[in-house]
Ligand binder design. Structure first.
Ligand code: PGA
Ligand code: ZN
Length: 419
């Protein structure tokens, strides 16, 4: 679907962590006016596309995005305005060329991704289709994803003593999206009561999960299994399963993994996960070992790749080139998918297509800093990737995405789950 941009306007707004980000509005000659909000991460991979921050310490401690805003309102707007672009790929390519770097560091990936998301939405409006219908992959049909609710937060997302960053509920056995969201919300409530009953804090981390003072990952998993049962569900793949993102690059120092006071080698860490998988219904492990530990990744994949989904986040950065290398080296069997990590919607879809072709999983994800834009809900449905994570079933910027999934399901007869 061709698009002719007539105007682009960005403004500095706040993300869910009180840090500045961009909202972009795009106006097209075909009559669409669309908007997008740009997400932002905290536990970032070193090879992510570059988020441009002003560095002016007198505003937001240097985190301002006025330069990125001016790049949208100036250079990008001037380059795109009035051109008839054949499709989203042509528009994204024009921005990549204009930027001229291979990591979007000149104009800023935050500027570029905001325009790309707004353009994707504008194109769906011009076509008269819901966004998810225009975000598709060649060999896949739309599906409603299994929502992964991050209900216990640690690592750099919370000030507690827990080293692992995310513990997630995955209602794999739910019959549909609405029931999956209900399961997530009910277990979240049961977990809150259980933590309070133990005298533990029910304060929240950045993604809306609880941040109790529990150091041991196994202790967290035990509380989660109990909470699933408290809420009347079965803990397991035919009910509510569990997933973890330790975000291990954050606790990997000098060749050791530092977990709850112990310093573990790669092999010790992998054996620890193998035990966890034996004892708990954990079906997915993201960033089990660090982005710099490719050998560890190979061994982790050989050890557990046949049993569970091993998702690469920091190591892959939604980058088609790195994903191809990982597929060749048998590093992981799935990629996390974050639009702002690579910086355009077109490259995100390309990363997903490469995974699909290799039989790899694609796990669509929010960032720890979010806006109320539910874009990724449509991305997950349209590409039929089968699973998505966007935080706890609490806090508006997370709930916006889950609610969007429920609204897509309403009136559409789409299959639910991984298929
Ligand atoms: P981030 O965390 O958005 O802070 O990078 C999410 C993740 O690690 O998956
Ligand atoms: Zn991650």
């Amino acid at each position: 679907m061709p698009i002719t941009v007539t105007d682009l306007h960005a403004v500095e707004i706040l993300d869910s962590r009180a840090r500045p980000t961009l909202a972009v509005t795009l106006t097209s000659a075909e009559g669409a006016v669309s908007r997008a909000g740009v997400p932002s991460g905290a536990s970032t991979g070193s090879r992510e596309a570059v988020e441009l921050r002003d560095g002016d310490k007198s505003r937001f401690g240097g985190q301002g995005v006025r330069t990125a805003v001016s790049n949208v309102n100036g250079e990008i707007r001037d380059a795109l305005r009035g051109r008839v672009l054949a499709d989203l790929a042509a528009l994204d390519e024009a921005m990549i060329e204009l930027d001229g770097t291979d990591n979007k560091s000149r104009l800023g990936a935050n500027a570029i991704v905001g325009v790309s998301m707004a353009a994707a939405r504008a194109i769906s409006m011009i076509a008269g289709l819901p966004l998810w219908r225009t975000l598709s992959l060649p060999e896949a049909s739309p599906r409603l994803p299994v929502p992964h609710f991050n209900v216990v937060n640690g690592g750099v997302h919370a000030p507690n003593e827990l080293d692992f960053q995310e513990f997630t509920l995955a209602p794999l056995g739910a019959p549909n999206e609405a029931e999956a969201v209900r399961a997530g919300a009910e277990v979240y409530g049961a977990l809150k009561r259980r933590l309070a009953g133990k005298g533990l804090s029910t304060g929240l981390g950045d993604e809306g999960g609880f941040a109790p003072e529990i150091a041991s990952p196994e202790d967290v998993l035990t509380v989660l299994v109990d909470s699933i049962e408290d809420a009347g569900y079965k803990a397991g793949r035919d009910g509510v399963a569990l997933a973890m993102d330790p975000a291990s690059s954050e606790f990997y120092r000098n060749g050791k993994y530092h977990v709850a006071g112990e310093a573990l080698s790669s092999d010790d860490m992998i054996e620890r996960y193998a035990k966890i998988v034996e004892h708990f219904p954990v079906w997915l492990l993201e960033d089990g070992v660090a982005e710099s530990d490719w050998d560890g990744w190979e061994r982790l994949t050989a050890r557990l790749g046949g049993r569970i989904e091993l998702v690469g986040d920091d190591i892959l950065c939604t980058n088609p080139k790195i994903i191809k290398e990982a597929i060749e080296r048998k590093v992981g069997n799935a990629s996390l998918i974050k639009v702002n990590q690579i910086g355009t919607v077109t490259e995100t879809l390309e990363a997903m297509r490469i995974c699909q072709e290799a039989g790899w999983g694609q796990f669509v994800s929010h960032r720890s800093g979010e806006t109320e834009d539910p874009f990724i809900a449509d991305l997950a449905v349209g590409t039929g990737c089968g699973h998505m994570k966007t935080g706890a079933p609490a806090r508006g910027e997370r709930v916006a995405k889950y609610n969007r999934l429920i609204e897509i399901e309403d009136g559409e007869h789409l299959p639910y789950g991984l298929g």
